[in-house]
Design a protein around this ligand. Structure first.
Ligand code: ADP
Ligand code: MG
Length: 501
């Protein structure tokens, strides 16, 4: 970060004087077939304005109809977050003009959300648990998307025209809002990141969203305020928007802590405003002054009846919940007999699902953990990508492990096979064949290489016969060189012992 550009207080110094308070608002796009209030496809990625209909375009006379799946999935999320599910909840109109919202209002829930008062227990990096209290989880609809042309980096500033795509308008959203998170101190940025990660894992496990922060199907707004240590009353918060990765959630909180502390120390007043996260340098920039809810002129949407969630239905949904991530983790940890630390590494490196899938394709847990946890992690780091995007499928890793287990590849050769797959040279067996990697099993060829090496190193042979059995390394090395690394070292050692005995 180019710290010189910003007036920031040293992070540790912030904590000597201030206590951070956070509030996280996470939007999750539901992966339903159709939109929240109309029958157009809710899928991502189609040509602009092809997933539209009179309702999502806000045409006169069009009426919304509630998507039952959307309600069911909202209840699912609420239950998994230990929330109360309202027997009756309401949709309201949040009124504001924006070109990506043709109706001039967004259908949301206001004072009667479908789910409220829950919690999520979040595992922090060192394995300790942190309970995040949930204020509410409510249903709403997404807006369309604007693309600005002519400005720098697609920004509105300097743009000469803007294009509107209404495909996303009306896609179901669940907004999950935490109660103020207090007392986290230096761990506040970490708590924020771990909470969003836990929420992402949860909605993915529930099968209700693909929760791709990079594609906008999960988005986080982070509120932060500071108060002098020992004071009860909260300070004024800012709300940082457009945060699209876990790392950025952590950095946005950290940056706001440092920025607000410096501002307060300089005698400036913190104003309640929205800010924008700037990916390029991990900073936040001033947005607009914060609207209060009065500005939105909320009122109950007269086109929509209350949402009734009969208790039997809620209990049916509760019974249908899949295994939740923390239960699954406990089961896997026990099954593979991993220590807390080993399990944590697996989760923190993003390797858990990959390892599970690799095991499903026939590798042992140890083999799968070893490949994903070291060599492939190294490759991912080198390329600067997430482990899942390293270029190897779990199935391919399982195949590599199998070849090593069968003695057809040494670990060293297996790594070359992996390199080949990552480089796009084909599937594992194709790479092994094309690069000629398979361990040489031809006894004649290896035997000849051993004979040659022994003949070329009479001094070593002499020492060996004199009782120094450790000198064979040079012979093995020579054989490996002659076979271009494709001899099985174990077999070479056996041959040497046989020939010299
Ligand atoms: P808004 O309509 O402004 O987005 P919400 O109630 O939806 O307000 O969300 C505000 C979030 O900020 C909630 O998570 C809330 O717990 C949190 N919050 C409220 N007051 C403060 C404060 N002073 N400092 C930090 N977070 C706060
Ligand atoms: Mg909000």
């Amino acid at each position: 970060m180019t710290a010189a550009m910003y007036d920031l207080m040293d992070f540790d110094e912030v904590l000597e004087t201030f206590d951070p308070v956070m509030g996280l608002e996470v939007h999750v796009e539901l992966a339903t077939e159709t939109k929240m209030f109309s029958a157009s496809s809710a899928h991502f990625g189609a040509a602009p304005n092809t997933h539209v209909d009179p309702t999502s375009l806000g045409l006169p006379g069009a009426l919304p109809v509630v998507n039952a799946k959307g309600v069911e999935w909202a209840i699912k999320i609420g239950l998994a977050l230990n929330c109360e599910i309202a027997e009756s909840s309401r949709f309201a109109r949040k009124n504001y003009y924006y070109p990506d919202q043709p109706k001039n209002y967004q259908i949301s829930q206001y004072d009667e959300p479908i789910a409220h008062d829950g919690y999520l227990d979040v595992v922090l990096d060192d394995g300790t648990e942190w309970r995040v209290e949930i204020e509410r989880a409510h249903m709403e609809e997404d807006t369309g998307k604007l693309t600005h042309i002519g400005g720098e980096g697609g920004r509105i500033r300097g743009a000469t025209k803007s294009l509107v795509d209404c495909n996303r308008a009306g896609v179901p959203l669940i907004e999950i809002v935490t109660k103020p998170i207090e007392g986290a101190g230096e761990r506040a940025p970490e708590v924020a990141r771990c909470y969003v990660a836990a929420l992402r894992d949860l909605v993915k496990a529930l099968g209700v969203s693909d929760a791709r922060m990079d594609q906008g199907s999960m988005r986080c707004d982070a509120n932060l305020s500071l108060r002098p240590i020992g004071r009860e009353e909260f300070g004024t918060r800012t709300e940082t928007k457009n945060i699209n990765s876990l790392k950025s959630v952590e950095q946005a909180i950290r940056f706001e802590m440092q920025r607000q502390a410096a501002a307060i120390q300089n005698g400036e007043e913190i104003v309640q405003e929205t800010r924008h996260y700037q990916e390029a340098d991990g900073s936040t920039a001033k947005g607009r002054p914060k609207e209060t809810s009065e500005d939105y002129r909320y009122f109950n949407d007269p086109d929509l009846p209350p949402v009734i969630a009969p208790r039997e239905w809620v209990e049916e949904i509760r019974a249908s919940l899949p295994e939740l991530p923390w239960v699954r983790r406990a089961r896997i940890q026990e099954g593979w007999k991993l220590s807390d630390e080993e399990m944590r590494d697996l989760v923190n490196t993003g390797a858990l699902d990959l390892v599970v899938e690799t095991v499903e394709h026939g590798a042992s847990a140890d083999e799968a953990r070893s490949w994903w946890g070291s060599y492939l992690t190294g490759k991912a780091n080198e390329a600067g990508v997430e482990l899942a995007a390293v270029g190897m499928e779990p199935k391919q890793v399982a195949r590599v492990a199998e070849l090593v287990r069968e003695g057809k590849l040494t670990t060293k050769l297996a790594r070359q096979a992996v390199d080949g797959v990552i480089a796009g040279e084909g599937d594992v067996d194709e790479v092994v064949a094309a690069r000629g990697l398979e361990v040489v099993r031809d006894d004649g060829a290896i035997e000849k290489a051993v004979d040659d090496a022994l003949a070329a190193n009479p001094d070593i042979v002499e020492k060996y016969r004199a009782g120094n059995k450790k000198v064979t390394g040079a012979i093995v090395g020579a054989v490996m060189k002659a076979t271009r690394g494709k001899a099985d070292p174990k077999q070479v050692n056996q041959l040497i012992a046989k020939k010299l005995s």
